[in-house]
Design a protein around this ligand. Structure first.
Ligand code: ADP
Ligand code: MG
Length: 700
């Protein structure tokens, strides 16, 4: 493989310089090895062609991709702007179906002709009782290689197809390359191949492109998935061990008066078992002499703030300063208020630093930070600006970590000669398999218990037509003294249309509740206006808050008992869960109403029904991931991986991830630096495949 990695893709037979440069720009394939690692995503059994009539009879939601042969009889471009789509009516003589494209409409229309023979490959489904294929692959029959009956279907772009680079071109180039190449050398350590019972790389590559039997194909897939995940796990485990072994951290052995006074005088409730456990885990880190990097995962409302505060008090007890960073000004302010009021009687010096902090206060903060008289600094990104200098920052808390970039965390690290202990708190329940992979080198604590007395939020799905009843129920809650959130999706804050629909929604709400003060917040408002509106709601003056997802993260108004989410079908499950977490924070029964249009697609309905059937964030996250794939669950999460996944799927390959993790640990137990000759090839492959920067490895 190493030699193939040095062969420019243009020298592969059947590629040449023109195609090579297209493959480079469109797919990032540079070398012969890259080509072999460009795996088919599906297989087309050319030995079987379905009739459209049989699809009419049999098509269900779980129909696989199938091939149909026939001609287009008409094309129609429907809709306008973002809603524009191309519909091709396709007939094979037995019946007709529609082929629909939402993207690349112009290009497809130019490429396809009525009357020509085509082979159409896609997943049949019914939409409004019409048989459809959405974005099928369309090839002319003569582009089908007669040689083998099973063909790989390669991920390609529309531009490549226009230039005549289809699955057949890729497939035959791969075949030539494999035929001319004796044996592809193994990349994994032989010990691992044997102990895991894996197919050799040579067989795996050959079978993934040209499967001989279904059994060999699945062995090939398993081998390639394992390899990919094993590389990630080895990388992760190595860095975690290096960090644990090398990075000295501040010792914080004392439990002193700040912590004790807080515990005995200020704590308004008993800690949950899970909160206590996390405290213990952090305590152990503070006694270890090594720098702590710990992720606290806890569902919305599980009480992470109090844990963070108590950890910071421990740092203060040991003579250090602490800081807490939140991703938004609203959240930072709220944390500041919570912490100030909870510690009011202790005389702890807590201050708030955000983008809108006045110069005078900034100066005071700077002085007190330098003197060491400022104990806890709460804020936004402003806290990690270069000019903010601590006397001795010992402990840093980052709330809702996914909103903080890696580079920003690196700056935090630089705030102190010895890096501060870092506690990262996230309310995004990450499925275990994802956590193991993305945060593999962070220690993870879980708060898996909600404070006692919480009643699960009653969640219902309602159609637009039922709005009067929904508003009536909301009115009852207001009459009981409670507050209501009404949230609109605003995917693109710059989109004028969406802003208009939000404003219309606001007008409607004002019309339906003429006697009620309605607060209104969206992301395009000036921070001061936003704060004013939020404050109006938090203080109880406004009984209703109409907002976009700016409220998603962390807002705490326990008196709010109802969350109405408009166009719920446009939100992801994790986001819905976060939104729902805004209610159910007090002792009273709370409600979440998912509003949607009347006729939902089956999949969408199923997705929303996950919300009505459970309130467990982990169950929801798993479901979200299984339905949408890990990339969507948290866009930024994928960027936490050292490289892109080509074949494995974090949602469904949990078992292989576990095996890879164990095997990586075992390998590194016996050869910690991968310096032994037996592992030399693997070590090189590992080095070449990771794109992680030094900064990242230092921080997480
Ligand atoms: P999150 O984990 O979502 O950040 P918070 O820290 O905001 O949750 O806590 C949610 C609410 O639960 C707050 O009002 C907090 O005071 C309360 N709370 C936290 N821990 C407990 C506990 N052990 N018992 C009762 N209430 C608690
Ligand atoms: Mg919180």
């Amino acid at each position: 493989m190493l030699r193939l990695a040095q062969t420019d893709i243009k020298y592969v037979k059947g590629i040449g310089p023109t195609r090579a440069s297209l493959l480079e720009t469109e797919l990032g394939l540079h070398t012969a090895a890259d080509l072999l690692r460009h795996y088919p995503t599906a297989y087309l059994d050319r030995s079987k062609t379905y009739t459209i009539r049989s699809l009419h009879d049999d098509a269900t939601d779980n129909m696989p991709h199938v091939q149909v042969r026939g001609r287009f009889v008409a094309f129609n471009v429907l809709g306008e702007g973002a809603k524009m789509r191309l519909v091709g009516l396709f007939s094979d003589g037995t019946a007709t179906m529609e082929c629909v494209w939402f993207k690349g409409v112009g290009a497809m229309r130019r490429r396809l002709r009525t009357g020509n023979d085509y082979i159409v490959f896609g997943k049949p489904s019914f939409f409004n009782r019409t048989l459809q294929m959405s974005h099928p692959d369309v090839d002319s029959p003569d582009s089908v290689d007669a040689g083998a009956s099973i063909h790989g279907v390669y991920p390609l772009t529309e531009k490549l197809r226009q230039r005549g680079i289809n699955s057949r071109v890729i497939g035959s180039a791969v075949r030539q390359l494999l035929a001319s190449h004796a044996t592809i050398a193994e990349t994994l350590p032989q010990s691992v191949v044997e102990s895991q019972g894996l197919m050799s790389l040579d067989s795996a590559i050959r079978n993934i492109h040209i499967p001989t039997t279904p059994r060999d194909l699945s062995a090939a897939r398993e081998r390639l998935k394992f390899e990919e995940l094993f590389l990630i796990q080895t990388d992760t485990v190595m860095r975690a061990r290096r960090r644990r072994g090398q990075t000295a951290g501040y010792l914080m052995p004392h439990i002193g008066r700040w912590f004790n006074d807080f515990y005995s005088q200020c704590l308004p409730f008993a800690l949950t078992g899970a909160q206590k456990r996390v405290m213990k885990e952090v305590r152990a880190d503070l006694l270890s002499g090594r720098q702590m990097n710990r992720l606290v995962q806890g569902d919305v409302g599980s009480g992470k703030t109090i844990v963070a505060l108590m950890c910071m008090l421990l740092a203060v007890d040991n003579g250090f300063q602490a800081c807490l960073m939140a991703p938004t000004e609203i959240l930072a302010t709220q944390h500041f208020q919570t912490i100030s009021s909870m510690t009011a009687q202790l005389g702890l010096n807590v201050r708030l630093l955000t983008g809108s902090t006045k110069t005078k206060e900034r100066r005071l903060i700077a002085t007190q930070l330098a003197e060491g008289t400022l104990h806890i600094l709460v804020g936004t990104h402003a806290v990690i600006e270069d000019k903010v200098e601590f006397r001795n920052l010992g402990f840093a808390v980052i709330d809702e970590q996914h909103r903080f970039g890696v580079a920003q965390r690196a700056r935090l690290w630089a705030k102190s000669v010895v890096p501060p202990h870092v506690l990262v708190m996230t309310a995004t329940p990450i499925p275990r398999t994802l956590a193991m992979t993305v945060y593999g080198d962070l220690d993870v604590s879980v708060i898996d218990e909600l404070p006692p007395g919480r009643k699960p939020v009653v969640t219902v799905l309602r159609a637009q037509q039922q709005r009067p009843a929904v508003f009536k129920a909301a009115r009852q809650q207001i009459d009981l003294g409670h507050q209501i959130y009404i949230v609109y999706p605003l995917i693109d804050e710059n989109d004028k249309l969406e802003l208009e629909s939000l404003e219309k929604g606001y007008d409607d709400v004002c019309g339906a509740f003429p006697d009620i003060d309605v607060a209104f917040v969206h992301g395009r408002m000036k921070p001061a206006e936003k704060d004013y509106q939020m404050q109006k709601f938090a203080s109880g003056k406004s009984r209703i808050l109409v907002a976009t997802t700016v409220i998603e993260v962390g807002v705490n108004v326990p008196n709010a008992t109802t969350m109405i989410i408009e166009n719920a079908e446009r939100f992801g499950l994790s986001q819905l869960h976060q939104l729902r977490g805004r209610v159910g924070r007090g002792a009273d029964r709370s409600y979440c109403v998912l509003m949607s249009k009347q006729n939902l697609a089956k999949e969408t309905r199923k997705r929303l029904e996950v919300m009505t059937s459970t309130t467990d964030g982990f169950v929801i996250a798993e479901a979200d991931m299984a339905m949408r794939g890990p990339g969507d669950i948290e866009g930024t999460m994928q960027s936490g991986l050292p490289f892109d996944l080509k074949i494995s799927n974090l949602a469904t390959d949990g078992i292989i991830i576990g095996r890879a993790r164990e095997a990586a640990e075992k390998l590194l137990d016996s050869d910690p630096t991968l310096g032994s000759p037996a592992n030399a090839v693997f070590a090189t492959v590992l080095r070449n495949s990771t794109r992680r920067t030094a900064d990242w490895s230092m921080i997480s």
